[in-house]
Design a protein around this ligand. Structure first.
Ligand SMILES: N[C@@H](CCC(=O)N[C@@H](CS)C(=O)NCC(=O)O)C(=O)O
Length: 324
Protein backbone atom coordinates (compact mmCIF):
# COMPACT_ATOMS: atom_id res chain seq x y z
CA UNK A 1 0.00 0.00 0.00
CA UNK A 2 1.18 3.51 -0.65
CA UNK A 3 0.08 7.12 -0.79
CA UNK A 4 0.98 10.46 -2.29
CA UNK A 5 3.08 12.81 -0.18
CA UNK A 6 3.50 16.32 -1.64
CA UNK A 7 2.68 14.90 -5.06
CA UNK A 8 5.21 12.03 -4.84
CA UNK A 9 4.16 8.38 -4.72
CA UNK A 10 5.48 6.71 -1.57
CA UNK A 11 5.09 3.10 -0.50
CA UNK A 12 6.34 1.02 2.42
CA UNK A 13 5.98 0.81 6.17
CA UNK A 14 5.72 4.56 6.64
CA UNK A 15 2.21 4.39 5.23
CA UNK A 16 0.95 1.26 7.06
CA UNK A 17 -2.83 1.51 7.58
CA UNK A 18 -2.94 0.12 11.15
CA UNK A 19 -2.58 2.09 14.37
CA UNK A 20 -0.48 1.11 17.40
CA UNK A 21 -3.29 -1.17 18.63
CA UNK A 22 -3.11 -3.24 15.45
CA UNK A 23 -6.44 -1.84 14.23
CA UNK A 24 -7.04 -0.97 10.57
CA UNK A 25 -7.92 2.70 10.04
CA UNK A 26 -9.51 3.89 6.79
CA UNK A 27 -8.45 7.34 5.61
CA UNK A 28 -10.99 10.02 4.66
CA UNK A 29 -11.58 10.79 0.99
CA UNK A 30 -9.92 13.96 -0.29
CA UNK A 31 -12.33 15.25 -2.97
CA UNK A 32 -15.94 15.93 -2.03
CA UNK A 33 -17.60 17.83 -4.89
CA UNK A 34 -21.13 16.96 -6.01
CA UNK A 35 -22.84 16.55 -9.41
CA UNK A 36 -26.26 18.12 -9.63
CA UNK A 37 -28.67 18.74 -12.52
CA UNK A 38 -27.92 22.49 -12.62
CA UNK A 39 -24.59 22.77 -10.82
CA UNK A 40 -26.18 23.88 -7.55
CA UNK A 41 -24.52 22.71 -4.30
CA UNK A 42 -24.77 19.11 -3.05
CA UNK A 43 -27.05 17.74 -0.34
CA UNK A 44 -24.86 19.13 2.44
CA UNK A 45 -23.75 22.27 0.63
CA UNK A 46 -20.78 20.68 -1.19
CA UNK A 47 -19.40 22.46 -4.27
CA UNK A 48 -21.77 21.69 -7.15
CA UNK A 49 -20.84 20.54 -10.67
CA UNK A 50 -23.36 20.49 -13.53
CA UNK A 51 -24.22 17.03 -14.83
CA UNK A 52 -23.52 16.80 -18.57
CA UNK A 53 -23.54 13.76 -20.85
CA UNK A 54 -20.05 12.39 -21.43
CA UNK A 55 -18.24 15.04 -19.37
CA UNK A 56 -17.50 12.90 -16.33
CA UNK A 57 -15.85 9.49 -16.20
CA UNK A 58 -15.73 6.92 -13.42
CA UNK A 59 -12.42 5.25 -12.64
CA UNK A 60 -13.15 2.03 -10.79
CA UNK A 61 -11.78 -1.31 -9.74
CA UNK A 62 -14.19 -4.18 -10.32
CA UNK A 63 -12.80 -5.72 -7.13
CA UNK A 64 -13.51 -2.82 -4.83
CA UNK A 65 -16.80 -2.92 -2.92
CA UNK A 66 -16.90 0.88 -2.65
CA UNK A 67 -16.37 1.39 -6.38
CA UNK A 68 -18.92 -1.36 -7.01
CA UNK A 69 -21.63 0.77 -5.39
CA UNK A 70 -21.16 3.38 -8.08
CA UNK A 71 -21.29 0.76 -10.86
CA UNK A 72 -24.56 -0.62 -9.49
CA UNK A 73 -26.25 2.78 -9.44
CA UNK A 74 -24.82 3.58 -12.90
CA UNK A 75 -26.38 0.31 -14.17
CA UNK A 76 -29.75 0.82 -12.45
CA UNK A 77 -30.01 4.41 -13.69
CA UNK A 78 -28.89 3.31 -17.22
CA UNK A 79 -26.11 5.87 -17.23
CA UNK A 80 -23.81 3.75 -19.41
CA UNK A 81 -23.83 6.18 -22.32
CA UNK A 82 -23.76 9.26 -20.11
CA UNK A 83 -20.86 8.31 -17.81
CA UNK A 84 -18.05 6.21 -19.34
CA UNK A 85 -15.97 3.94 -17.12
CA UNK A 86 -12.26 3.11 -16.93
CA UNK A 87 -11.25 -0.01 -15.00
CA UNK A 88 -7.90 -0.44 -13.25
CA UNK A 89 -6.10 -3.79 -13.31
CA UNK A 90 -7.00 -6.22 -10.53
CA UNK A 91 -3.59 -6.30 -8.89
CA UNK A 92 -2.68 -3.45 -6.57
CA UNK A 93 1.11 -3.59 -6.21
CA UNK A 94 3.78 -1.21 -4.95
CA UNK A 95 2.62 1.46 -7.41
CA UNK A 96 -0.97 1.29 -6.18
CA UNK A 97 -3.84 0.90 -8.62
CA UNK A 98 -2.54 0.61 -12.15
CA UNK A 99 -3.69 0.59 -15.77
CA UNK A 100 -0.56 -1.27 -16.87
CA UNK A 101 -0.67 -4.77 -18.33
CA UNK A 102 1.75 -5.99 -15.66
CA UNK A 103 -1.00 -5.49 -13.12
CA UNK A 104 -3.73 -6.96 -15.31
CA UNK A 105 -4.80 -3.56 -16.62
CA UNK A 106 -5.91 -2.63 -20.13
CA UNK A 107 -4.60 0.92 -20.34
CA UNK A 108 -5.93 4.38 -19.61
CA UNK A 109 -7.73 5.94 -22.58
CA UNK A 110 -7.60 9.69 -21.93
CA UNK A 111 -3.98 10.46 -21.07
CA UNK A 112 -2.20 7.10 -21.44
CA UNK A 113 -1.46 6.93 -17.71
CA UNK A 114 0.21 3.91 -16.13
CA UNK A 115 -1.02 4.42 -12.57
CA UNK A 116 -4.01 5.95 -10.84
CA UNK A 117 -1.82 8.20 -8.68
CA UNK A 118 -0.94 10.09 -11.88
CA UNK A 119 -4.61 11.01 -12.27
CA UNK A 120 -4.65 12.35 -8.73
CA UNK A 121 -1.57 14.52 -9.28
CA UNK A 122 -3.06 15.74 -12.56
CA UNK A 123 -5.91 17.09 -10.44
CA UNK A 124 -3.72 18.28 -7.57
CA UNK A 125 0.04 18.36 -8.28
CA UNK A 126 1.04 18.66 -4.60
CA UNK A 127 -1.51 16.09 -3.40
CA UNK A 128 -0.94 14.36 -0.06
CA UNK A 129 -3.24 11.44 0.69
CA UNK A 130 -4.48 7.99 -0.32
CA UNK A 131 -5.09 7.13 -3.97
CA UNK A 132 -8.36 5.25 -3.96
CA UNK A 133 -11.12 4.12 -6.29
CA UNK A 134 -13.74 5.14 -7.22
CA UNK A 135 -12.83 8.46 -8.79
CA UNK A 136 -15.37 10.68 -10.56
CA UNK A 137 -13.25 12.58 -13.07
CA UNK A 138 -14.22 15.78 -14.89
CA UNK A 139 -12.75 15.67 -18.39
CA UNK A 140 -13.56 19.33 -19.03
CA UNK A 141 -11.64 20.77 -16.08
CA UNK A 142 -9.32 17.76 -15.75
CA UNK A 143 -9.90 17.34 -12.08
CA UNK A 144 -11.53 15.03 -9.56
CA UNK A 145 -15.09 15.90 -8.60
CA UNK A 146 -15.31 13.23 -5.89
CA UNK A 147 -13.50 10.14 -4.67
CA UNK A 148 -16.10 9.21 -2.07
CA UNK A 149 -18.32 6.33 -3.17
CA UNK A 150 -21.11 7.08 -0.71
CA UNK A 151 -21.46 10.57 -2.21
CA UNK A 152 -21.15 9.37 -5.82
CA UNK A 153 -23.87 6.76 -5.27
CA UNK A 154 -26.15 9.47 -3.93
CA UNK A 155 -25.46 12.10 -6.59
CA UNK A 156 -25.89 9.66 -9.51
CA UNK A 157 -29.27 8.73 -8.10
CA UNK A 158 -30.72 12.07 -9.25
CA UNK A 159 -28.22 14.27 -11.15
CA UNK A 160 -28.99 12.83 -14.62
CA UNK A 161 -32.76 12.55 -14.25
CA UNK A 162 -33.33 15.33 -16.79
CA UNK A 163 -30.78 13.84 -19.20
CA UNK A 164 -32.32 10.43 -19.85
CA UNK A 165 -31.47 8.47 -16.69
CA UNK A 166 -33.86 5.70 -15.68
CA UNK A 167 -36.27 6.59 -12.86
CA UNK A 168 -35.41 5.66 -9.28
CA UNK A 169 -34.04 7.73 -6.38
CA UNK A 170 -32.11 5.50 -4.02
CA UNK A 171 -31.89 8.10 -1.26
CA UNK A 172 -35.47 9.42 -1.21
CA UNK A 173 -36.22 12.23 1.26
CA UNK A 174 -38.92 10.31 3.14
CA UNK A 175 -36.59 7.39 3.93
CA UNK A 176 -33.35 9.23 4.62
CA UNK A 177 -33.39 8.99 8.40
CA UNK A 178 -33.93 5.24 8.30
CA UNK A 179 -31.40 4.72 5.51
CA UNK A 180 -28.83 6.69 7.53
CA UNK A 181 -29.55 4.51 10.58
CA UNK A 182 -29.02 1.27 8.62
CA UNK A 183 -25.86 2.65 6.97
CA UNK A 184 -24.53 3.68 10.38
CA UNK A 185 -24.68 0.06 11.43
CA UNK A 186 -23.74 -1.68 8.16
CA UNK A 187 -20.72 0.50 7.35
CA UNK A 188 -18.65 -0.10 10.51
CA UNK A 189 -20.00 -3.56 11.25
CA UNK A 190 -19.93 -5.09 7.78
CA UNK A 191 -18.60 -2.99 4.87
CA UNK A 192 -15.55 -1.81 6.76
CA UNK A 193 -15.84 -4.53 9.41
CA UNK A 194 -14.51 -7.21 7.04
CA UNK A 195 -11.48 -5.01 6.31
CA UNK A 196 -10.94 -4.38 10.03
CA UNK A 197 -10.97 -8.15 10.57
CA UNK A 198 -8.75 -8.86 7.57
CA UNK A 199 -6.14 -6.16 8.13
CA UNK A 200 -5.91 -6.44 11.94
CA UNK A 201 -2.41 -7.24 13.12
CA UNK A 202 -3.36 -8.26 16.66
CA UNK A 203 -5.58 -11.10 17.83
CA UNK A 204 -7.84 -8.92 19.99
CA UNK A 205 -8.37 -6.37 17.21
CA UNK A 206 -9.19 -9.17 14.75
CA UNK A 207 -11.61 -10.95 17.08
CA UNK A 208 -13.51 -7.79 17.97
CA UNK A 209 -13.91 -6.90 14.29
CA UNK A 210 -14.84 -10.42 13.16
CA UNK A 211 -17.46 -10.78 15.90
CA UNK A 212 -18.96 -7.46 14.88
CA UNK A 213 -19.15 -8.65 11.26
CA UNK A 214 -21.28 -11.64 12.28
CA UNK A 215 -23.38 -9.67 14.74
CA UNK A 216 -24.18 -7.33 11.84
CA UNK A 217 -25.02 -10.21 9.48
CA UNK A 218 -27.26 -11.73 12.19
CA UNK A 219 -29.00 -8.40 12.60
CA UNK A 220 -29.53 -8.02 8.84
CA UNK A 221 -30.87 -11.58 8.54
CA UNK A 222 -33.36 -10.82 11.29
CA UNK A 223 -34.34 -7.53 9.72
CA UNK A 224 -35.22 -9.32 6.47
CA UNK A 225 -37.62 -11.70 8.27
CA UNK A 226 -40.67 -9.71 7.24
CA UNK A 227 -39.42 -7.39 4.54
CA UNK A 228 -37.93 -7.56 1.07
CA UNK A 229 -35.68 -4.47 1.33
CA UNK A 230 -33.73 -3.09 4.27
CA UNK A 231 -35.61 0.22 4.33
CA UNK A 232 -39.15 0.91 3.12
CA UNK A 233 -40.70 -1.18 0.40
CA UNK A 234 -38.28 -0.51 -2.42
CA UNK A 235 -34.62 -0.72 -3.21
CA UNK A 236 -32.54 2.03 -1.58
CA UNK A 237 -28.86 2.79 -1.24
CA UNK A 238 -28.90 0.88 2.06
CA UNK A 239 -29.48 -2.30 0.03
CA UNK A 240 -26.88 -1.43 -2.60
CA UNK A 241 -24.25 -0.68 0.06
CA UNK A 242 -24.92 -3.99 1.79
CA UNK A 243 -25.02 -5.93 -1.49
CA UNK A 244 -21.47 -5.20 -2.63
CA UNK A 245 -20.02 -6.65 0.57
CA UNK A 246 -22.29 -9.72 0.45
CA UNK A 247 -21.16 -10.53 -3.10
CA UNK A 248 -17.55 -10.76 -1.93
CA UNK A 249 -18.25 -12.63 1.29
CA UNK A 250 -17.95 -16.31 0.42
CA UNK A 251 -15.38 -15.99 -2.41
CA UNK A 252 -13.04 -13.66 -0.49
CA UNK A 253 -13.84 -12.38 2.99
CA UNK A 254 -14.57 -15.83 4.43
CA UNK A 255 -11.04 -17.03 3.62
CA UNK A 256 -8.78 -14.07 2.90
CA UNK A 257 -10.10 -11.79 5.67
CA UNK A 258 -10.69 -14.69 8.12
CA UNK A 259 -14.41 -13.98 8.45
CA UNK A 260 -15.08 -17.69 8.70
CA UNK A 261 -17.59 -18.02 11.52
CA UNK A 262 -20.32 -18.52 8.93
CA UNK A 263 -20.73 -18.10 5.19
CA UNK A 264 -23.28 -16.01 3.32
CA UNK A 265 -25.08 -19.19 2.23
CA UNK A 266 -25.66 -19.96 5.91
CA UNK A 267 -27.92 -16.89 5.94
CA UNK A 268 -30.90 -17.83 3.73
CA UNK A 269 -32.64 -14.46 3.72
CA UNK A 270 -29.49 -12.48 3.08
CA UNK A 271 -28.55 -14.90 0.29
CA UNK A 272 -31.94 -14.42 -1.35
CA UNK A 273 -31.66 -10.68 -0.85
CA UNK A 274 -28.28 -10.54 -2.61
CA UNK A 275 -29.54 -12.76 -5.44
CA UNK A 276 -32.60 -10.51 -5.83
CA UNK A 277 -30.40 -7.43 -6.29
CA UNK A 278 -28.12 -9.28 -8.73
CA UNK A 279 -31.20 -9.99 -10.86
CA UNK A 280 -32.10 -6.31 -11.29
CA UNK A 281 -31.43 -5.04 -14.84
CA UNK A 282 -27.73 -4.52 -15.52
CA UNK A 283 -26.50 -5.48 -12.05
CA UNK A 284 -25.15 -8.97 -12.83
CA UNK A 285 -22.78 -7.43 -15.39
CA UNK A 286 -21.17 -5.33 -12.65
CA UNK A 287 -19.96 -8.45 -10.79
CA UNK A 288 -16.63 -9.89 -11.91
CA UNK A 289 -15.68 -12.72 -9.57
CA UNK A 290 -12.33 -13.43 -11.25
CA UNK A 291 -11.31 -9.83 -10.88
CA UNK A 292 -12.50 -9.80 -7.27
CA UNK A 293 -10.60 -12.93 -6.25
CA UNK A 294 -7.46 -12.01 -8.18
CA UNK A 295 -7.35 -8.59 -6.58
CA UNK A 296 -7.66 -9.59 -2.96
CA UNK A 297 -5.55 -12.73 -2.99
CA UNK A 298 -2.76 -11.17 -5.08
CA UNK A 299 -2.63 -7.65 -3.65
CA UNK A 300 -2.02 -8.20 0.05
CA UNK A 301 1.33 -9.96 0.51
CA UNK A 302 1.19 -9.42 4.29
CA UNK A 303 -1.94 -11.58 4.44
CA UNK A 304 -1.30 -13.96 1.53
CA UNK A 305 2.44 -13.97 0.76
CA UNK A 306 2.28 -16.64 -1.96
CA UNK A 307 -0.41 -14.84 -3.93
CA UNK A 308 -2.17 -18.15 -4.52
CA UNK A 309 -5.81 -17.63 -5.51
CA UNK A 310 -7.95 -20.41 -4.00
CA UNK A 311 -10.31 -22.46 -6.15
CA UNK A 312 -13.47 -22.29 -4.06
CA UNK A 313 -16.08 -22.09 -3.04
CA UNK A 314 -17.78 -25.06 -4.67
CA UNK A 315 -21.22 -23.82 -3.77
CA UNK A 316 -22.76 -21.26 -6.10
CA UNK A 317 -22.14 -17.62 -5.27
CA UNK A 318 -24.00 -14.50 -6.29
CA UNK A 319 -22.71 -13.34 -9.65
CA UNK A 320 -21.93 -16.79 -11.04
CA UNK A 321 -24.08 -17.91 -13.94
CA UNK A 322 -25.73 -20.64 -11.86
CA UNK A 323 -24.98 -19.22 -8.42
CA UNK A 324 -26.91 -17.22 -5.85
N1 LIG B 1 -14.05 6.18 1.33
C1 LIG B 1 -13.67 5.64 0.08
C2 LIG B 1 -12.85 4.40 0.25
C3 LIG B 1 -12.46 3.80 -1.04
C4 LIG B 1 -11.34 2.75 -0.86
O1 LIG B 1 -10.80 2.60 0.23
N2 LIG B 1 -10.99 2.05 -1.95
C5 LIG B 1 -9.92 1.07 -1.87
C6 LIG B 1 -10.20 -0.12 -2.74
S1 LIG B 1 -11.40 -1.20 -2.14
C7 LIG B 1 -8.66 1.69 -2.42
O2 LIG B 1 -8.67 2.28 -3.47
N3 LIG B 1 -7.55 1.53 -1.71
C8 LIG B 1 -6.27 1.98 -2.12
C9 LIG B 1 -5.37 2.22 -0.95
O3 LIG B 1 -5.83 2.10 0.19
O4 LIG B 1 -4.21 2.56 -1.19
C10 LIG B 1 -14.91 5.38 -0.71
O5 LIG B 1 -15.83 4.74 -0.20
O6 LIG B 1 -14.99 5.84 -1.84
Amino acid sequence: MGKLIDGKWTSGDAVAPTNDKGEFERADSGFRGWLTADGSPGLDGQQGWRAEPGRYRLYVSLACPWAHRTLVVRALKRLDDLIPVTVVGPIMGKDGWSFAEAYGGTGEPLYGLDHLHQLYTRARPDMTGKVTVPVLWDEAEQTIVSNESADILRMLSTAYDGLGAAPGDYYPADLRAEIDAVNDRVYPGLNNGVYRAGFATRQDAYEAAAREVFATLDWLEERLADREWLVGERLTEADIRTFTTLVRFDPVYHGHFKCNWRRLIDYPRLSDFAARIAELPGVAATIDLDHIKTHYYRSHPDINPTGIVPIGPAHGVVGEADGG
